[in-house]
Write a protein that binds this ligand. Structure first.
Ligand SMILES: Cc1cc2nc3c(=O)[nH]c(=O)nc-3n(C[C@H](O)[C@H](O)[C@H](O)COP(=O)(O)O)c2cc1C
Length: 271
């Protein structure tokens, strides 16, 4: 009996601790220097922060780079709805000092993780404030071409539920920035602090993060899906037929998107 028990213990040990490590090393072989941006919707550094950090470290690998944005610290002012970013360019935003720093991190990252707790069945106001400040890069205005080669992760944590509304809010923004692929993960913790999350739950969540890492790494440099391309065509149609904002139409014209060039083929055309 004791031998059988010891064997069972070892098998369990291997399944929980050894195999994930093996998988991790295989993943580390594929990747080398990914750049990951974590946007933390709050400053709490609890559940969503800790899991997003683990995910970012797995994606970035040892030679990669992780940028972290903490809200509201890195964007303390609320959007005033002055329209300056849309009509005169994003550098005219009264809060451009903060926005530009975040934009520099966005420009330099291949994978974005939006880590957010669920607050009142939605995202915290600080995150919505960031999305308001970045509205100029929606598909109807001046989206960044690189987005069609990038991936986003929506990582929410809640105690009992309501994550769908929060995730939809984030997804809606990422989609309209033109992001090629969006992954979603939610952690239902039933508690308030990361320390209170049960060890079993942490292992389970760790496994989900590993699977997601593999998925993200497989998706690097893949072309965007049909939905993402259709959204681009919708934006293009809007620019051609309806948009009267000259700065937007000039931008689309300069990129060649009103002609035959598409953002997801830019690399190939440059070659
Ligand atoms: C103001 C506020 C509103 C919240 N609303 C919800 C909610 O609607 N649904 C839910 O399941 N949890 C809700 N929570 C609980 C948090 O989402 C939950 O504790 C989460 O794990 C915290 O994430 P964090 O540790 O990353 O900050 C709320 C917490 C706060 C402070």
């Amino acid at each position: 009996m004791p031998t059988v028990f010891m064997l069972m213990c070892y098998m369990h040990y291997e399944k929980v601790f050894v195999r994930p490590l093996l998988r991790k090393t295989q993943i580390y072989d594929i990747l080398s220097n990914m750049k990951v941006l974590i946007i933390n919707a709050t400053m709490r550094e609890q559940t969503s922060y800790n899991f997003s950090r683990v995910l970012a470290e797995m994606i970035a690998g040892e030679e990669g780079l992780i940028y972290e944005v903490f809200l509201p610290k890195n964007l303390p002012d609320f959007c005033t709805g002055c329209y300056r970013c849309i009509t005169s360019g994003e550098s005219s935003c009264p809060h451009s000092k903060h926005v530009n720093t975040i934009l520099a991190a966005i420009d330099d990252s291949q994978v974005f993780i939006i880590a957010s707790p669920v607050c009142g069945r939605n995202v915290p106001a600080s995150l919505k404030n960031l999305f308001d400040h970045l509205y100029f890069q929606w598909i109807y205005h001046r989206p960044k071409g690189e987005m069609w080669n990038r991936q986003g992760v929506i990582l929410t944590s809640c105690s009992i539920g309501g994550q769908k509304h929060a995730q939809n809010c984030i997804r809606h923004n990422l989609e309209n920035w033109g992001m090629a692929k969006i992954h979603t993960l939610n952690f239902k913790t039933q508690c308030r602090q990361f320390d209170e999350v049960l060890p079993y739950e942490k292992i389970r969540m760790g496994k989900s993060l590993e699977k997601l890492t593999a998925k993200i790494l497989m998706g690097v440099d893949k072309k965007p899906g049909l939905y993402s391309r259709l959204l681009f065509l919708k934006g293009r149609l809007y620019q051609k037929l309806k948009n009267k904002n000259k700065i937007d139409t000039d931008y689309w014209g300069e990129k060649g998107w009103l002609d035959v060039i598409r953002p997801w083929y830019v690399k190939r055309i440059r070659k």
